[in-house]
Write a protein that binds this ligand. Structure first.
Ligand code: ADP
Ligand code: MG
Length: 324
């Protein structure tokens, strides 16, 4: 895997670093960026932390604590598994990682992948990764980036997905010193914190188990939709994935309820056997492949269809009651 495939832009750095916090069992994650993440990205967690030895290894290529044998690849439950992210990020930036595993605390500094310093420091259990001057040594890639505001928008959208994937974790997110989100609680509270009241009010909750799939989450009421797919999030076995099968199944279930060029809004969790999906398809781990696409399609379709039918029955009944 070439380094560029994992860290294309600041948003991919944020995603990889936050995934590491989640894998470390964090309950609180603080994200702050400056200048669209190009000047600095700082991510703190209260997770397991690292020993001095692990700290010096973590930025080496292929260093991972998450799999022990090739067999583990068949059932990946952590978000990371390739040991590629920190190495790729460190190679193109100045990094400071401070970590405490409950016993010792150390601060590691590295420039363009080479360790420049490691020294004891004081901090509570957890890890802070600071990435400064991203792509400073690769001017071609720096030039390829969009304007800071657009890079920030990409980061925001990555942060939203991460917040939805783990509503139980408290997140704070700020850009250039200004607080953007402050979330924590349940999924509804996360949606409320991110999308606001207007959208949260238009959603219904539904849960359904079919054919080995458990699907639950929020979806737009029958008349509610958006002009783009930005309000669609599917989390499969804890991982936010981009997959058109799910989006198409949702649109088809809404059918005539959607106006032309409108898309349903949803944040859903899908639980399915690990062995039915392959996440080892693309370096960004966002794309997945299903063993049986039709089964996934029909489970998702039926989830939406049953939610919408229930809601319509409910609406019809209340209209009838009102008439009476
Ligand atoms: P991967 O997540 O695929 O294992 P990474 O390059 O993202 O690879 O991280 C390398 C290793 O560094 C991880 O396996 C983990 O042991 C350690 N690590 C990284 N970030 C953290 C963190 N926030 N807290 C604790 N350990 C971490
Ligand atoms: Mg990782």
């Amino acid at each position: 895997i070439a380094a560029g495939e994992v860290v294309e832009r600041p948003a991919s750095v944020v995603k990889e670093l936050v995934e590491n916090c989640i894998d470390a069992g964090a309950k609180k994650i603080d994200i702050s960026i400056e200048n669209g993440g190009i000047t600095s990205i700082r991510i703190s967690d209260d997770g397991a932390g690292m020993s001095r030895e692990d700290l010096t290894r973590c930025i080496l290529p292929h260093a991972t604590s998450k799999i022990c044998s090739a067999k583990d690849l068949e059932s990946i439950s952590s978000l990371g598994f390739r040991g590629e992210a920190l190495a790729s990020i460190a190679a193109v930036s100045t990094m400071h990682i401070t970590s405490c595993n409950g016993e010792d605390s150390y601060k590691l500094s590295a420039k363009f992948g080479t360790i420049t310093d490691i020294a004891p420091c004081g901090r509570a259990r957890g890890t802070t990764c600071e990435v400064l001057g991203l792509f400073e040594n690769t001017p071609a890639r720096l030039k390829f980036l969009k304007k800071p505001k657009q890079e920030q928008a990409e980061i925001t959208s990555a942060v939203i997905s991460l917040i939805f994937s783990r509503p139980d974790i408290s997140f704070t997110y700020s850009a250039d010193g200004e607080s953007i989100f402050n979330s924590g609680g349940d999924l509804y509270e996360a949606i409320y914190a991110v999308y606001g009241k207007e959208i949260a009010d238009q959603l219904i909750y539904h849960e359904r188990e079919t054919d080995g799939f458990v699907i639950k989450g929020y979806l737009g009421k029958p008349g509610f939709s958006k002009h783009n797919r930005n309000y669609q999030t599917a989390i499969i076995n804890g991982r936010v994935v981009a997959n058109s099968t799910i989006s198409i199944a949702a649109s088809q279930a809404y059918g005539g309820l959607l106006m032309k060029r409108c898309y349903p809004v949803y944040v859903i969790f899908i639980k399915m056997p690990e062995s039915d999906i392959d996440v080892n398809v693309h370096p960004n781990k966002k794309e997945v492949r299903f063993k049986d696409v039709n089964r996934v399609f029909s489970a998702v379709y039926r989830f939406f269809e049953s939610a919408l039918t229930l809601e319509k029955t409910h609406l019809d009944l209340s209209a009838e009651n009102e008439e009476k």
